[in-house]
Each structure stands twice: as C-alpha cells, then as structure tokens.
Design a protein around this ligand. Structure first.
Ligand SMILES: NC(=O)c1ccc[n+]([C@@H]2O[C@H](COP(=O)([O-])OP(=O)(O)OC[C@H]3O[C@@H](n4cnc5c(N)ncnc54)[C@H](O)[C@@H]3O)[C@@H](O)[C@H]2O)c1
Length: 374
C-alpha cells in the first residue's frame, strides 16, 4: 500500500486521483487550522490528522502532497525528502533562486520522486496540442504564447482585514511571478528545449489594487533553440477569468486557444490542403483522435476531476513514477526552470526589461555556472 499525506487541507484536488488507483490511499492530512483540518478529514474519510508538518512526515506515509502557501513549498519539500518521502509539489516550486538550487540538490541526493503539479499541462486540450506537435503536424514549431489572467486581489485579505500569504507572494512580487500555468503547457510543446533568456515589461499600476505587483506583466522567453515564447500574467485587472490563453505557430500549422468560456480552440494545419490565403480555422476538439488513449477513454469520474480531468492523470503519473523509479513527467528540472522565469522576471522589471539568462538547472554543476547574468 502506498500511503499519501496531504499538507494544506484545501488542496484535496488530488484526492480523487489517488483514491482511484489500486494500492494507494490518502491516510494523512495536515493543516494548521484545526477545525478546518478535522472537518476536511471527516468529509474525505482521512484517518490521521496533524497540525505540524514534521509530525506527519515522521509517520509511516510514503509520499506527501505539498499544497500549502508557496513560501512553504521548499522548506517542506526538503523536510520530506530528507525523511525519505516522495513529493508532489503545488506551484510555484520556490520563492527564491537559492531555494531552487537547494531543491534540485535535495532531490538528486534523495533519489526520491519529486514531481511538480503543473496541472495546466494536463488539461485535455493542452495534451491534444502536445500529441499533435509530437506527430509533427505543426511542422517546425517556433513561436508560442501563454496567458494566465485571473483577478485574485480579494484572496489577499482575510475577512477580518489581515493579509493572506498572497499579498506578499503571488501578488507581492513584481514580474510574472506566477508563471507556470502560462509557461508549462507551451514548454511541453517545445520538447527538449529550455528557456535561455528572459526580458520582462509591465503595464505599471492602474487598478488601485495596493499590491506591489503591476497590473499586467509580459515576459518574453528566448529558448535555447532560438524559439520565442511570450507569457502574460495578470492577477489584478478587473475582468473575467481567462485560464486558457495559449497560441502556437509552426511552419505547417497554428493553434489559438479559446479566448473565453464557451469559445472554441482553433486549429489550422497545412495538411487541410487550403492555400494560406483561403485558410480557415477549424475546431481543435474535432481532432480528438490524436488525444492520448487514456484521455480518449476517460471515465465520467476521471473527467470530473479538476481541470477537465487533468488533475486525475497528473496524480496517476506521480504514482507511476514512484512505482517504476522512472523520472516523472514534470521533474525537478522543469519545476526549477519554469519557476526561475518568474523569479528572474522580477530582476528584469527592476532593470527596465534588461534580458537575463536563466541558468541551465540540468547542467549547472558549479556555483559559478549558477550565477545570474544581467
Ligand atoms: N494548480 C492550481 O491550479 C492551484 C490552484 C490554487 C492554488 N494553488 C497552489 O496551492 C497552494 C495552496 O493554495 P490555496 O489557495 O489552497 O491557499 P490557502 O491559503 O487557501 O490554503 C492553504 C492552507 O495551508 C494551511 N497551512 C498554512 N501553513 C501551514 C503549515 N505550516 N502546515 C500545514 N498547513 C499549513 C492553511 O491553514 C490553509 O488551510 C499554493 O501554493 C497555490 O499556489 C494551485
């Protein structure tokens, strides 16, 4: 039996995925808020509860899900890894560059599975585009866009007027500090590549949010191959949530995601046989024959999991990586690189958009090769 402990009692989005896998059980839940902890444990039938993370880690669980505020992700991951537990970490991976190096080193030393729970990479339509890229249907992919537009200033304050962690972290730091929902899927469409250089500009402060983060921020990412990726993060502008702002351009095709709820994801491929002058968008979801089999055959229960069923398959991949000892789909190197884009974007903003090199986490062995170069 693989026993899972979840830290952060709001983060039960992974619960359904774990419970559906034979030989896996969520046996422990941890949260500082005792009333909430007990209520959640009762509702989800989780037998053991802990207020203190270290106490849960000292128990007989095999793996932890870290779904606590983001400034706790690395300290808790280090505690868990050094106790020999596998880790599934919520986004972002860390809040400082040094934390990323500590994390990478701890994962390598532990030999345990660390997976980054970037669930937008698992949404059915992002997986469909990934599969089509792998089949070569877009030709040579050379440009991508990702946007995360979700107004959350209200989450920075508790009902009594005191501030939550989001005031200081998600919304308290300048730059595209929360980059992985926009960047992750696009990077999955550029397999084997990595972000080499970034440059970030902001819109400034217009909404009166009172947050340090600018209202809208754009980071341009140059990949090692020379490809270009643009990400926009906007957690403050007043407008409806748009969680699916993506685009992709290749030599033989293009993709534009739906711009709003209910809209269509648009696809054009050279293989449709139209001249470029007469090219017409088609509905991406008419091409689900390219979806990975497990998505095509997903049960109603799997589809009901968060993010269009993506949360279900993310958990399945984490468990599979633990059981096989193979690297997980979104490993610590991707976690560090994608998170670093946000952390370094702060430096770029503070230096008038100056380009900054992103270290190569897979290969930067010496402390000199980990330096940030302006
Ligand atoms: N992937 C996604 O789509 C997605 C969506 C929402 C949140 N998140 C991430 O999930 C994490 C949690 O976000 P949230 O919205 O649930 O935050 P939240 O503030 O609503 O909940 C965090 C929980 O962690 C508990 N907690 C705080 N310190 C703790 C500690 N030391 N030990 C144990 N528990 C502790 C709090 O009591 C609270 O119940 C964040 O990192 C966030 O970025 C990801």
């Amino acid at each position: 039996m693989l026993k899972i402990g979840i830290a952060g009692a709001r983060g039960l989005s992974t619960m359904m995925g774990f419970e559906a896998i034979e030989g896996v059980k969520v046996t422990a839940l941890c949260d500082l808020r005792e009333d909430f902890l007990n209520a959640q444990a009762k509702q989800y039938n989780i037998p053991h509860t802990y207020r203190v993370f270290e106490d849960m880690v000292a128990s007989d669980i095999d793996a932890v899900v870290i779904a606590t505020p983001m400034q706790l992700h690395v300290p808790q991951a280090l505690t868990a890894l050094s106790a020999g537990k596998h880790v599934l970490s919520e986004v972002t991976a860390a809040v400082t560059m040094d934390e990323l190096w500590w994390l990478k080193e701890a994962v390598e030393k532990s030999g345990k599975t660390y997976m980054f729970a970037e669930n937008y990479c698992y949404m059915p339509f992002t997986q469909l585009v990934k599969a089509m890229v792998e089949k070569g249907l877009f030709g040579d992919v050379y440009y991508g866009e990702g946007e995360y537009i979700h107004a959350v200033p209200s989450l920075a304050t508790y009902p009594d007027g005191t501030y939550t962690w989001r005031k200081y972290w998600q919304l308290g730091v300048r730059g595209t500090f929360y980059p992985t929902h926009s960047l992750g899927p696009v990077m999955q469409w550029c397999p084997g590549d990595r972000v080499k250089t970034i440059s970030t500009y902001t819109s400034g402060h217009h909404t009166g949010s009172g947050m340090r983060q600018d209202d809208s921020t754009v980071t341009m990412c140059q990949l090692a191959s020379g490809k270009l990726v643009k990400i926009r993060v906007d957690c403050l502008s007043p407008r409806p949530h748009n969680m699916t702002g993506y685009a992709l351009q290749g030599t033989q095709g293009a993709f534009e995601s739906a711009r709003s709820d209910g809209g269509k994801h648009l696809l054009w491929l050279d293989s449709f046989g139209e001249t470029v002058e007469r090219a017409q968008w088609r509905d991406l979801m008419d091409y689900t024959e390219y979806l990975p089999e497990r998505y095509r055959n997903a049960t109603a229960e799997q589809r009901a999991a968060g993010h269009g069923g993506g949360d279900f398959f993310l958990v399945a991949d984490f468990v599979n990586a633990i059981r096989t000892g193979q690297p997980p789909e979104i490993d610590v190197y991707k976690a560090c690189e994608w998170t670093a884009v946000g952390l370094l974007s702060q430096l770029s903003v503070m230096n008038n958009g100056k380009p900054i090199d992103v270290p190569d986490f897979r290969n930067a062995a010496t402390i000199q090769s980990q330096e940030i170069r302006l």
